[in-house]
Every structure is written in structure tokens, then in C-alpha cells.
Design a protein around this ligand. Structure first.
Ligand code: IPE
Ligand code: IPE
Ligand code: MG
Length: 260
């Protein structure tokens, strides 16, 4: 009961340490540890994915309440096809289950769904669920819930380079005109403008690597690794991670304020 209370309201003392004016606009999360969470409980790995979906719902609500503009969740990487068919199939069905139940709540919370990744390679029924959710939430102007689905950062860059090369070939883009903004425009995250780059990247489960996620976009992101498995992650953890972010000294190659 008490735990539930913390879950929904976040402990007020903790909220005192959070600066509501410095909430990161864009938070990206590598949702990792579903399989280990399940194995620890002697459950099949997919039970972890199912529970992980519940965490997505909770975190979406808390992030939206905190005023986050974009929440990017890494749900399936271009490398995750290497997993056993049974697991891949389960993961491909998850968006269907998720959106089926959760879209009304997204609408209630004014959340808009967006996707980055090669969704045309997903099974028809998964594509349909995703496109329907995008469509149904298209008019919402609150937080953007951005799923990275069949996403890989290197593939994204290759596609961007191919598109840029084609534009050059067609005389639509001058080589000398290519700059950092142009590159950003050709990446999938252009759909998130002006919040393409996350200020904060969180990875759960204790792994400390990027696994082909937003390589260009995280150039100056604060990286935060937590040992909590994704199914155990919650609003309290998110607030704790944002407080840690607010205590970081972001210099962008310059100097601390007091040394200027
Ligand atoms: C993250 O959990 C979800 C996906 C990658 C789809 P994992 O399935 O990678 O869980 P672990 O890392 O094996 O525990
Ligand atoms: C990264 O997790 C991909 C997602 C969370 C969707 P993985 O579990 O696939 O990454 P590795 O294999 O541990 O690097
Ligand atoms: Mg993993």
C-alpha cells in the first residue's frame, strides 16, 4: 500500500530535490533486462517482456506528468532479429497488445505516438497496430512517446547517407551545403524536431553500452546506467535518475560557469 503510494505520487521529499524547471526535454531509455528479470524468477524470458510493457505504461505517465517533451524507448533493435523465433514473434505481438489497451489512456494524457526504425520490415499486423496508434494520437500535442522499433543507429546513418547522396545526384543538395543540421534532418529523429537529441540517456539492467542506439544524437547526452531491470523500473527510479542528471555539470566542451 505504502509502496503503491510512492509509485503514484512520488515521495514529496524526493520531489523537493527535483527542479521542475530543468526537466530534460528529451529522455531516451534503453529498456534492458527483461530476460534476466524473468530468469531470476524461473519464468520464460517472454514473461519479462510482458512485465516490461507494464513499465512502459507507468513511465509514460510519469514522464508526461513531469513535462518531458519526448520519451524515446528502445523496444527492438535491428540486431534483435538474431533471437529465437519464438521470442521475436512474442516481441512482434507486443505492440499490438500494448496499443490495443493503452491508446485510450495515451489520448487521455494528450500523448502522441511516434516511431523511428524500419517498420516496413515488421509483420503486417505489427505495422498496422503501430500506424493505427500514430494515427489515433496524431492530434495530441503533449509528450511524444517515440518508440525505436527495428531501429539501429548505423543503419539509420547509412540510409541518411544514401538519401543525401541521391539528393546531391539530383541537384537538390549541394555538397558544400551539407552541415550538421543537414545530417540531423536526414536522420529518423528529424521527426522529433526541435528535440532530436536526448539530454539524458538511461540504460537499465547494469549493462554499460549503447548497443547501436542514437549514436549521432547522443554526442553530448548525459549517460546514466542503473542496475535495475526494466520490469522493476518505475517512476521513483525515473525521478531519481532525473535528479542525478540535474546534478551533472554539462560543459559541452566549455568551462564550468564559475570558471568563465
Ligand atoms: C530488453 O530486454 C528488451 C529487448 C531487447 C527486446 P532483454 O530481452 O535484452 O533482456 P536481457 O538483457 O536478456 O536480460
Ligand atoms: C538493446 O538491448 C536493444 C533494446 C533494448 C531494444 P540488447 O539486450 O539487445 O543489447 P545487447 O545485445 O545486450 O548489447
Ligand atoms: Mg538485453
Amino acid at each position: 500500500m505504502f509502496k503503491k503510494k510512492i509509485e503514484t505520487q512520488i515521495n514529496p521529499e524526493m520531489m523537493d530535490n527535483l527542479d521542475p524547471n530543468r526537466i530534460p526535454h528529451h529522455i531516451a531509455i534503453i529498456m534492458d533486462g527483461n530476460g534476466r528479470w524473468a530468469q531470476k524468477r524461473h519464468l520464460p524470458r517472454v514473461a519479462g517482456h510482458k512485465q516490461g510493457m507494464e513499465t512502459v505504461k507507468k513511465i509514460t505517465k510519469v514522464a508526461s506528468d513531469l513535462g518531458v517533451k519526448v520519451l524515446t524507448l528502445y523496444a527492438f533493435s535491428t540486431e534483435n532479429w538474431k533471437r529465437p523465433d519464438q521470442e521475436v514473434n512474442f516481441l512482434m505481438d507486443l505492440p499490438i497488445k500494448f496499443f490495443d489497451k493503452f491508446v485510450p489512456e495515451l489520448i487521455e494524457n494528450n500523448v502522441r505516438v511516434n516511431v523511428i526504425g524500419y517498420i516496413e520490415q515488421l509483420p503486417e499486423k505489427t505495422q498496422k497496430a503501430v500506424l493505427d496508434a500514430i494515427d489515433k494520437t496524431a492530434d495530441n500535442d503533449g509528450m511524444v512517446l517515440n518508440f525505436a522499433l527495428n531501429y539501429g543507429s548505423r543503419a539509420e546513418m547509412v540510409t541518411a547517407m544514401q538519401k543525401m547522396a541521391t539528393a546531391v545526384q539530383n541537384n537538390e543538395l549541394a555538397v558544400e551545403a551539407i552541415n550538421e543540421e543537414t545530417v540531423a534532418e536526414y536522420l529518423m529523429t528529424n521527426s522529433l524536431a526541435p528535440y532530436q537529441d536526448p539530454e539524458l540517456l538511461i540504460r537499465t539492467s547494469g549493462e554499460e553500452r549503447i548497443s547501436n542506439f542514437l549514436l549521432w544524437q547522443i554526442a553530448y547526452s548525459e549517460l546514466l546506467f542503473t542496475d535495475v531491470y526494466w520490469p522493476d523500473y518505475n517512476g521513483v527510479e525515473l525521478v531519481r535518475n532525473i535528479i542525478a542528471f540535474q546534478n551533472r555539470d554539462r560543459r559541452f566542451g566549455g568551462l564550468k560557469k564559475e570558471n568563465k
